[in-house]
Design a protein around this ligand. Structure first.
Ligand SMILES: Nc1ncnc2c1ncn2[C@@H]1O[C@H](COP(=O)(O)OP(=O)(O)O)[C@@H](O)[C@H]1O
Ligand SMILES: [Mg+2]
Length: 330
């Protein structure tokens, strides 16, 4: 089946500007989002997942960040310097759900005003019509008393309710691309389950492409069609979710999957050590110091194709590691 490309990210680089020098946070990230597919992005804390999401949305301030990218949305290059066009794209063609719902709202204005602002930014409607659209949106969220919620301030809602409001606002225009950065991390399991249900509904009914960032491998297994594994600012492995879980090639991916809890494991295997400091500039594979397969020649650090090319891995030694015949997560 031929999949339709919706967003292509080519060699994204993000640097943090500091008085001494620019510090690279995202060093080389490329991936494609396909129509109606979910790409799961996984990796340890601090590896640059959120910076990647925010760079794609054009949310990183120029004064603090230096972003180099070539990003195509529905075949057209996004011009990040054109703020007006970017503002129109955000919400209509691409939307983002953030990890921390409370931080994503202006504490000084009511939720009704948040809704109205989004609606009137994208649709030429009167205040009355916008209010009616907002009330309809809130009713669909399984939240009681929409009129009351319209008058409330963000701090008056629980984390789960706020996250649902944020999702409703993000999904209002049925964007082609939805970036969900740890969308359920701060929520309890039942609310998490409902939110994942809403995301699946969106994908199935509106063919939305999703970039789903999560450290929860259970969520990734449940939701993702493809998986990209990130380490120290690089994508180090990319494949279908099935391939990643059944035949992980990169030693880091294997270690990450071995840390997934399961009923059949007595003890979880812990990945020793820490990712390299952002300040460290060293040639070669940034995982080498923690890798039990590393040899002196682990200097080469390019993406290689495995199999038919839909499984790529950035490891010089992957082909000589012992066969990953058993699922690393079992
Ligand atoms: N506002 C910021 N100021 C300084 N450093 C930051 C800021 N945001 C992120 N970083 C650094 O950039 C790196 C990547 O962060 P982030 O993208 O948030 O990682 P992840 O989402 O994978 O946990 C981290 O080392 C983090 O400390
Ligand atoms: Mg993050």
């Amino acid at each position: 089946m031929i999949k339709t490309k919706v967003m292509e990210i080519e060699h994204l680089k993000v640097e943090l500007r500091t008085p001494a020098r620019n510090v690279p946070v995202v060093k080389d990230v490329s991936f494609t989002l396909y129509e109606g597919n979910v790409l799961g992005l996984i990796g340890e804390s601090g590896c640059g997942k959120s910076a990647t999401c925010q760079a794609i949305m054009g949310l990183l301030e120029k004064e603090k960040w230096n972003v180099k990218s070539n990003i195509l949305l529905q075949g057209q290059k996004i011009q990040y310097s054109d703020q007006e066009r970017l503002r129109r794209l955000r919400g209509a063609a691409m939307s983002m759900i953030m990890q921390n719902p409370i931080g994503s709202f202006n504490p000084l204005i009511t939720l009704g005003e948040h809704f109205m602002e989004t609606i009137r930014c994208h649709k030429a409607v009167s205040k009355g019509e916008a209010k009616q659209i907002a009330l309809d949106m809130i009713s669909k969220l399984n939240l009681s008393s929409p009129e009351k919620i319209m008058k409330q301030y963000p701090f008056q809602l629980s984390g789960g309710m706020l996250q649902r409001v944020m999702i409703a606002i993000a999904l209002f225009m049925c964007p082609a691309v939805l970036i969900a950065d740890e969308p359920t991390t701060s929520l309890d399991v039942t609310v998490q389950y409902q939110i994942l249900g809403e995301l699946s509904h969106l994908r199935d009914n509106f063919k939305t492409s999703m970039l789903l960032v999560s450290h929860d491998l259970g969520i990734i297994t449940q939701m993702a069609d493809d998986v990209a594994v990130m380490y120290a600012g690089y994508i180090i492995e990319k494949a279908s979710a099935f391939e990643i879980f059944e035949n992980p090639l990169h030693p880091y991916t294997r270690a990450l999957l071995q840390s997934k809890p399961s009923f059949t494991k007595n003890r979880l295997k812990v990945l020793e050590g820490y990712p390299p400091s952002l300040m460290q500039i060293k040639a070669g594979c940034p995982f080498a110091e923690r890798c039990s397969y590393a040899k002196k020649d682990c200097q080469k650090f390019e993406m290689s194709d495995y199999g038919l090319g839909s499984h790529t891995v950035r490891c010089l030694r992957y082909a000589t590691l012992e066969e990953a015949t058993t699922c690393a997560c079992s």
